[in-house]
Write a protein that binds this ligand. Structure first.
Ligand code: BMA
Length: 322
């Protein structure tokens, strides 16, 4: 397997990128991006966000033996709900799935889109063939939900990104039953002057490491040509995920290749999940320019080492309004 170094990014792109494009889709659609990966029975599955030609999104499933070469199933995996309460809040589509294995099955947080704004929804599946919608778990104006893979101090934990007054921060919330959430706190905010100075949101469901919960997140910087979406990393305290221990001061992946620079929304890399291999390699799957999907890898310990103490980073920011 060959990986290409582009610039100084800590994540190295697979030289066969993009992994999936419109050309690989077995049915007509506008684009494929923002997929979440899982490994099931030695097979890699990628639940994809597909934007249909009408403009709203739904999910399709791709399968692979090596996590690099995927084949997309002929029929969509999950469409916006056609009845009940989910229909009301999904009538403009479903977006950005993020899968977590917990309590013996896969739990997918995704964004339900309607004229009433974004909400985070939860569905459960064992096989990615049938999905059971569990609940709409956020107020309107919230997206980028990711679920931790285990309970912490008896409670389920999630990260999300409620829309703020111009500033988009990452929050943490807790639940006893996955349906009712509370004890919400702001966790990480944009940093003035940094690559993540405009908005930050959770991207990859947190990964447990000896050093803490590794969160690969997305951060944006606003420019005169619009936002640039990059990926970064932070470590949260294992026993208290409301506490950020470390945060990387540089992005781990930034748009550099043509397929990341040019597309429906240019200058975007947007991870929605990762696979940690038994040998410590992490494969991060990301949407590129809202038009295709890429994969990039690193050694998990290298990602953990790249981070500076949060105290050092906050003192950099002292006295500066973000
Ligand atoms: C975010 C989400 C993603 C999208 C990204 C870049 O706010 O809506 O689905 O990939 O913007 O357009």
């Amino acid at each position: 397997m060959k990986y290409r170094r582009s610039g100084r990014d800590l994540l190295h792109r697979w030289e066969g990128n993009p992994v999936l494009t419109l050309e690989d889709m077995p049915f007509p659609c506008n684009s494929v991006f923002n997929g979440t990966p899982v490994k099931l029975n030695d097979e890699y599955l990628l639940l994809l966000r597909v934007e249909g030609q009408r403009g709203y999104s739904f999910f399709a499933l791709a399968r692979s033996e090596d996590g690099l070469h995927f084949e997309v199933e002929k029929k969509p995996a999950l469409l916006p709900a056609e009845k009940g309460i989910f229909k009301v809040y999904e009538n403009r589509g479903i977006e950005d799935p993020r899968a977590t294995f917990i309590d013996g099955s896969f739990h997918i947080l995704y964004t339900a889109v309607s004229e009433y704004s974004y909400r985070i929804a939860l569905a459960r599946t064992d096989d990615f063939r049938t999905f059971e919608r569990i609940a709409l778990i956020s107020e309107p104006g919230n997206k980028d939900g990711v679920l931790f893979p285990k309970r912490v101090n008896g409670r389920y934990v999630r990260l999300d990104r409620p829309i703020g007054l111009g500033v988009g921060s990452m929050w943490v919330s807790y639940s006893h039953d996955l349906k009712a959430w509370g004890d919400s706190h702001v966790l990480m905010s944009p940093r003035w002057g940094y690559w993540d100075s405009f908005r930050v949101g959770a991207s990859v469901p947190p990964i447990e490491t000896d050093a803490g919960w590794l969160e690969i997140y997305h951060g944006t910087k606003m420019t005169s040509a619009g936002p640039i979406y990059r990926a970064g990393a932070a470590l949260l305290d294992l026993k208290n995920p409301s506490s950020v221990k470390k945060r990387c001061d540089i992005p781990i992946l930034a748009p550099r290749e043509d397929y990341e620079r040019v597309g429906d929304v240019g200058n975007v890399v947007f991870p929605c999940g990762a696979i940690v291999e038994p040998d410590g390699e992490i494969k991060v799957y990301y949407g590129a320019a809202d038009t295709s999907i890429g994969v990039a890898t690193a050694r998990l310990p290298d990602l953990v080492e790249c981070m500076a103490d949060e105290e050092t980073l906050s003192s950099d920011n002292e006295g500066v309004e973000g």
